[in-house]
Design a protein around this ligand. Structure first.
Ligand SMILES: [Zn+2]
Length: 445
């Protein structure tokens, strides 16, 4: 007989075997069983019946810039994790920049962990950073529990996080491959960027021309060659250029250990609709044309792209000037990511199960988080309860991240998050939050 403390019941629970009416039994924060809807509720267990609302595994966002400590006026663990929780995300992995210090040594990691510990409303893990001069720090960081290492191949936007040239990339990759770590890469080629026309100013078309597809394609081609050379595990961050897809598919068919993510903004917003001067839409690589977007969706459908992550990267509003050349590049999408993706996905004939695969199962797998990403016995009892057919209109005032700049203002989105659960505890319901209950996560050895 089950010793469940909680039974969460719905007519629509998304499990690895599909969506079905089920009772999810939870004890000690762990899913102990997924039983038929009408299975008896054990004595002493609390029953939560959410009716026809869908219960899905808590989303796992492996690409978030929390910027804490150091640039906490941009974002912080308290606000970022609340925004995430409100959007059905129960785990995030923080990028090694734009905090001060960046997560590039074990000492810096300790500083970050200390700051995050009592502010995390959801579970938080950390990526390390690979810089030109920290090869010796990579193995200690790996052993201290970072999930992998981020590198830039072109300027990152902040001075303290320089990019790697091809020789430095080879050195870092050789070291990371020696312990079978994971390198995650911002892939734009600096020479192609330098050669592109740089007009500056408020015209989005000029900005788009300054970050051409071939900058991504070339960087990805070089990266694939290096991954092959070292038989290394490599992940392409925020893919925007659909021209790189055949290259990626070919490398994977050859057995190169390559995974790929894209972001809600590349899937839901198009260059054609970005108003001039609207730098809340600026990110690098940029949002491209509608035809490019169609091919990204096709690549998600056929598995060439593995996952969808936010690349939530806010700043203070004053840095979002109307000059696309100098405005801060980054889109704040944590709270709206699932709804934005679901709204576009359903129009294209995808199911909510597809969204769960892209935003929970695949991202959990990427980070090796084997207790996350699925509703099945033995995993953490992390859930989002969602009304997929209900809509809401994005009101910036309702967003939880620190600076309420958003590219989605005024849009009507499908998918209302009714409540979010972390290890069997409801951490947000209808906009009301509990005290922080998140834990700091480290890589499973
Ligand atoms: Zn990023």
């Amino acid at each position: 007989m089950s010793d469940a403390e909680l039974v969460l019941r719905s007519t629509r629970v998304i499990t690895p075997e599909g969506t079905r009416a089920a009772s999810v039994h939870v004890a000690g924060g762990t899913i102990t069983a997924v039983l038929p809807y009408d299975a008896p509720v054990p004595d002493g267990a609390r029953l939560e019946d959410v009716g026809d609302h869908v219960v899905l595994p808590g989303l796992v966002d492996t690409h978030v810039h929390v910027n804490d400590p150091g640039r906490t006026e941009w974002e912080g663990f308290w606000t970022a994790t609340r925004a995430a929780a409100a959007g059905g995300i129960t785990t995030l992995v923080d990028m090694p920049l734009n905090s001060l210090p960046p997560t590039t040594t074990v000492d810096h990691l300790r500083v970050k962990q200390k700051v995050a510990a009592d502010k995390a409303h959801i579970d938080v893990g950390f990526w390390g950073g690979a810089l030109p001069d920290n090869v010796k720090d990579l193995r200690p960081l790996h052993e201290a529990g970072v999930f992998g290492f981020k590198a830039f191949l072109s300027p990152s936007g902040v001075d303290e996080f320089p990019h790697l040239d091809q020789e430095q990339l080879a050195r870092s990759l050789a070291e990371i491959a020696s312990f079978d770590g994971l390198l995650i890469v911002h892939a734009e080629d600096p020479h192609h960027l330098a050669a592109a026309p740089q007009h500056g100013g408020p015209k989005y078309a000029h900005f788009l021309a300054s970050r051409p597809r071939d900058a991504e394609d070339t960087a990805i081609a070089n990266l694939i060659a290096q991954a092959k050379r070292f038989d290394a595990r490599v992940h392409i961050l925020h893919l925007s250029s659909s021209d790189a897809l055949p290259l990626i598919a070919g490398a994977r068919a050859e057995g190169v250990r390559l995974t790929v993510e894209t972001c809600p903004h590349y899937l839901t917003l198009t260059a054609e609709e970005v108003p001039d001067g609207a730098s809340e839409f600026k990110c690098c690589p940029p949002i491209r044309e509608a035809a490019n977007q169609d091919l990204l969706w096709q690549a998600l459908a056929d598995g060439t792209i593995d996952c969808v992550v936010t690349d939530h990267s806010p700043s203070t509003p004053d840095l979002k000037t109307d000059d696309f050349a100098t405005a801060w590049g980054g889109i704040s999408g944590l709270q709206l990511s699932m709804s934005a993706v679901w709204t576009a996905a359903r129009k294209r004939g995808h199911s909510l199960e597809d969204v769960v695969r892209w935003m929970s199962s695949a991202t959990a797998r990427l980070a090796g988080l084997d207790r996350k990403g699925a509703i099945e016995a033995g995993r953490d009892a992390d859930f989002a309860v969602v009304a997929p057919d209900e809509t809401f209109t994005v009101d910036p005032a309702a967003l939880q991240h620190r600076n309420r700049v958003t590219a989605y203002a005024g849009r009507t989105l499908y998918g209302v998050v009714k409540s979010t659960w972390l290890r069997g505890e409801r951490i947000v319901a209808d906009g009301a939050f509990t005290e922080p209950k998140g834990r700091l996560l480290t890589r499973t050895p």
